[in-house]
Design a protein. Structure first.
Length: 524
């Protein structure tokens, strides 16, 4: 067996657990997927001999006393063996890592006395500080291992292709780290903490954890809120390209991440350039059917859509749907996403009937396979509701939109961009039903929240501004409507460009209002 391999570490831990009924083992790790693979294999091996293995994740955002006290409580009620992770997150914001480690060291005899086998997982970045900072505690570890194996990319891609990729970090653990970012962001800025520190100490750990857990949309939300994220990723990408070359897999992964960030920030032109670069390399090097190439194709289509190039976006989406259906089958999540995106393109080009057929197929499968409150199911429901509204089924659209809004508020939070998008859609339906006051109240809340959360010139903020202006106009408030529309037009020209469909729509509405005013007609 190779030293540091998944197999070697697993078997040595299993042997140690069988020979002892209590004690501490420390495993230094470099790759979270490898760590989880060892835990999974160890559970199976120990279970075969009647020893249970319980996973304990130390939560972030606690004082040293709270973190250590919580761990003690869990160990007191545990039996068999425990796997302890999260040491890298379990440090107080106002203190240092040594505070938690010192609190652990102070109670090392109690820790060692628990009748349970303890496996402590420490990232390589923490081990030196641990050994130097609390040598007394480190001396109590009976077994010290270093897990160095890097998971094979081919095996990871095989799981992806089968639609069964397992997260390298649990969803619960990743969201716990992300919660630390959201809870501390505003306080850090109020205290004038430099943006580079916010990135390195709060944002980057949260983004890495979410990506490792397969939660890319939630990682993108954090990237969009961190002003230093773009500069940090661009510097990191430049260094990686210089050392590994433009076709390295990690370079392409980082390029895609930067492109998603630019998309979230509204820089669609910059995102398009990066996505085209990734698609060119992955298609040429890996082939059209490789998961990375398909992901790049979908990302580019989404960006083309955002830039208003609907025809080219539809061509890519039709190609993507054909390939993923052939490779993964009709009920794979990637196939359903491609089908839903194609439906949006059909809808934009006026083929509402064709869009509805696809949307109903997607919703039926996602609800059955993923569950009614899965985020993909809610997105499918949201898209179908918009089609129902256009076709005149306002009651059906409203019921569906209210259901999506309630679920997204509960699952994502009331100020998540997707939740705000649901509020915007409901406002449009209320407007179509003649409830101008209800629609205006919702749209005012959306505009206030998007301005604060996403920024004044984010495309979502500008869309909300345009919609609210239309409601104000219908309510007879021409002055405020014109003010908002002029602000919106300036922003859309700067962010989206003169010829983007959204920019054209705002300019056309302003022109119509001015023409009606000159003719002495009431606003439509």
């Amino acid at each position: 067996m190779d030293p540091g391999s998944i197999r070697e570490v697993t078997e040595r831990l299993a042997s140690w657990c069988v020979r002892r009924d209590r004690g501490l083992a420390r495993v230094e790790w470099d790759w979270v997927f490898a760590r989880q693979e060892v835990v999974d294999r160890l559970k199976s091996l120990l279970g075969a001999v009647g020893i249970s293995l319980v996973e304990i994740a130390m939560p972030p955002d606690q004082t040293a006393q709270e973190a250590v006290g919580g761990l003690m409580e869990k160990l007191a009620s545990a039996s068999g063996a425990v796997s302890i992770t999260g040491l890298e997150w379990a440090f107080p914001e106002s203190g240092s890592r040594l505070e938690t480690l010192a609190a652990l060291s102070f109670r090392r005899e109690t820790l060692a006395a628990f009748p349970v086998r303890q496996i402590w997982w420490m990232p390589s970045t923490l081990v030196e500080r641990f050994v130097v900072g609390v040598p007394d505690l480190d001396s109590w570890f009976q077994l010290r291992l270093h897990l160095t194996e890097m998971p094979a990319r081919s095996a990871d891609m095989a799981r992806h292709a089968e639609g069964m990729q397992r997260p390298a970090v649990s969803v619960t653990e990743a969201r716990s780290v992300a919660r630390r970012f959201w809870d501390r962001l505003e306080a850090a800025r109020a205290q004038n903490v430099p943006e580079d520190r916010i990135w390195s100490e709060l944002a980057q750990p949260a983004v890495d954890a979410l990506l490792a857990a397969g939660l890319e949309p939630e990682a993108d939300d954090i990237l969009a809120r961190t002003s230093d994220a773009r500069g940090a990723l661009e510097r990191q990408l430049e260094e990686l390209v210089a050392s590994r070359g433009p076709e390295d897999s990690d370079v392409l992964s980082l390029t895609s991440r930067l492109a998603r960030l630019l998309w979230e920030q509204g820089d669609f032109a910059g995102a398009q350039r990066l996505h085209e670069r990734v698609l060119d390399v992955t298609t040429r090097v890996l082939g059209e059917e490789h998961p990375d190439a398909l992901t790049a194709m979908g990302s580019l289509a989404k960006t083309l859509w955002a830039r208003g190039d609907i025809a080219r976006a539809r061509q890519l989406q039709e190609l993507l749907l054909e390939v993923v259906t052939r490779v993964w089958g009709e009920e794979n999540p990637a196939t359903l996403t491609a089908m839903g995106n194609l439906a949006v393109a059909l809808w934009a080009q006026g083929d509402v009937v064709g869009a509805r057929r696809l949307q109903e197929r997607v919703l039926g499968v996602t609800a059955r396979v993923l569950g009614e409150e899965h985020l993909d199911t809610l997105a499918s429901m949201n898209n179908l509701a918009a089609t129902l509204r256009v076709q005149g089924d306002l009651d059906g659209a409203r019921r569906m939109e209210e259901r999506v809004l309630e679920a997204r508020t509960r699952v994502l939070g009331k100020e998540h961009p997707d939740t705000l998008g649901s509020m915007n859609n409901l406002a449009l339906t209320l407007f179509a039903q003649g409830d101008l006051d209800g629609a205006r109240r919702i749209e005012e809340r959306v505009l206030e929240a998007t301005t604060r959360v996403l920024g004044e010139e984010h495309p979502n903020t500008l869309r909300s501004m345009h919609n609210l202006a239309g409601l104000l106009l219908k309510s007879g408030d021409r002055e405020d409507a014109l003010r908002l529309l002029n602000e919106c037009l300036i922003g859309r020209r700067r962010v989206l460009g003169e010829n983007h469909p959204d920019t054209v729509a705002t300019a056309e509405l302003l022109r119509r209002i001015e023409t009606q005013a000159q003719a002495g007609q009431p606003s439509a």
